[in-house]
Design a protein around this ligand. Structure first.
Ligand SMILES: [Zn+2]
Length: 393
């Protein structure tokens, strides 16, 4: 059985599960069922941005006549990580430098940088360039996105499945119920905490305020030069902590047009959040930068995100079976055999020598499974350590 999850991103850039389904196999039919149900039951909003892997089955469903996941109903984008993985599978024994260039072309917020990376890819390997060229740039490159994806380039798979991490040993039907309960509790907590902040008079999330404070307290040197037509040229030098490199000085440059909420660095218009250069101009002009931060980042939006009500799930016996939903039944678990003298024995007396041999083989299998489970637990610990990722805005 496979678990399908659709996740959304809240005003603090955190992933939260929006819908989930269990299916025997992932196919065009199961994607159609899942994506159609999301439109029916979860969101009918127009202009939504859908980020997925460049999976041919997903593409087939999205491009079907009458699909609610095509423009202008929705804007389909690709996860850059999944696109890079596809590149690795299409070009086995790939060149790491090319992989880096594909990733850079996708994540750069400036069209000039995108063009320069694509030119280099074409010079190094025309086949890779041709393969990339089949995907429209607005679907995988931030520089061509028009702000639809709010700078979100990758699906954080770990965050996506974090909510069901502890359910792997639970029967499928029980797992679905636990997941549902866990989601309801998480929604309740976020809804209540944001109501408290709104009552205190806060307008933007704490995350936004912290980001703005970083600009004030960080050692950012900013030179702002006025240009024609209310534009400003801004040069910044700041100290940043980089993994494996320690603290390094980073220089940037951008031309800001506050009235249009744009900067030549591209981040202002793509993320709809004041970039470092725009913050420099606001500081120089002594204006509040929050007026240039998109409503998406407000506490009110955050509060509304978690205001959804969860209808009680009917008893398992009342679940419909003839509506296309796979029937979820707990697996049959046989009672464990009694342990005799450190070895497992069957319930009945074993007289047949052949049966005795079979028994020993099964014991061996059990040991293997135990080792596998231990490995899983170690993986979970490793995952926690890796949570300290650099926060990109
Ligand atoms: Zn900028």
């Amino acid at each position: 059985m496979k678990l399908m999850i659709a996740s959304a991103i809240d005003a603090t850039n955190q992933f939260f599960p929006l819908a989930f389904a269990v299916t025997k196999e992932v196919s065009v039919d199961s994607w159609r069922w899942f994506l159609t149900r999301i439109r029916e039951k979860v969101t009918q909003r127009q202009g939504i941005c859908l980020i997925s892997s460049p999976d041919p089955d997903i593409l087939a469903v999205i491009n079907e006549p009458g699909s609610q996941w095509k423009e202008p109903w929705a804007y389909h984008r690709f996860c850059l990580d999944h696109l890079c993985s596809k590149f690795c599978s299409v070009f086995p024994g790939f060149d790491y430098n090319l992989h880096y260039l594909v990733s850079e072309a996708g994540s750069s917020s400036q069209k000039e940088e995108f063009d320069s990376n694509m030119k280099e890819i074409k010079e190094k390997n025309p086949e890779v360039w041709k393969w990339l060229d089949q995907f429209p740039p607005h679907q995988w490159a931030l520089a061509h996105d028009d702000g639809r994806r709010y700078g979100i380039m990758k699906i954080d798979t770990e965050a996506l499945f974090a909510v069901c991490k502890r359910f792997r040993k639970v029967a499928m039907a029980g797992g679905v119920m636990l997941l549902f309960g866990k989601l309801r509790d998480a929604f309740d907590v976020s809804f209540s905490s944001s109501r408290g902040s709104l009552n205190r008079g806060d307008v933007y999330t704490e995350h936004v305020m912290e980001k703005l404070e970083e600009f004030d307290t960080d050692s950012v040197t900013c030179v702002v030069t006025p240009l024609e037509r209310d534009a400003f040229e801004v040069s910044t030098v700041s100290k940043k902590k980089k993994r494996y490199m320690g603290v390094v000085e980073v220089s940037t440059r951008g031309i800001v047009q506050l009235n249009d909420s744009t900067c030549t660095c591209g981040k202002f218009q793509r993320k709809k959040f004041t970039c470092l250069h725009a913050l420099g101009v606001c500081d120089k002009l002594n204006v509040n930068p929050l007026q240039y931060v998109d409503d998406f980042y407000t506490l009110e939006r955050y509060h509304k995100t978690y205001a959804a009500t969860f209808s009680p799930v009917p008893k398992l016996s009342a679940w419909l079976e003839a509506c296309g939903v796979p029937t979820l039944l707990p697996p049959v678990i046989e009672p464990p055999p009694p342990k005799v003298s450190g070895k497992f024995r069957r319930w009945k007396e074993i007289e047949d020598d052949h049966l005795e041999e079979d028994e020993e083989e099964e014991d061996g299998d059990d040991d293997d499974n135990d080792e596998e489970d231990d490995d899983d637990e170690e993986d979970e610990e490793d995952d926690d350590v890796d949570d300290d990722e650099e926060d990109e805005w």
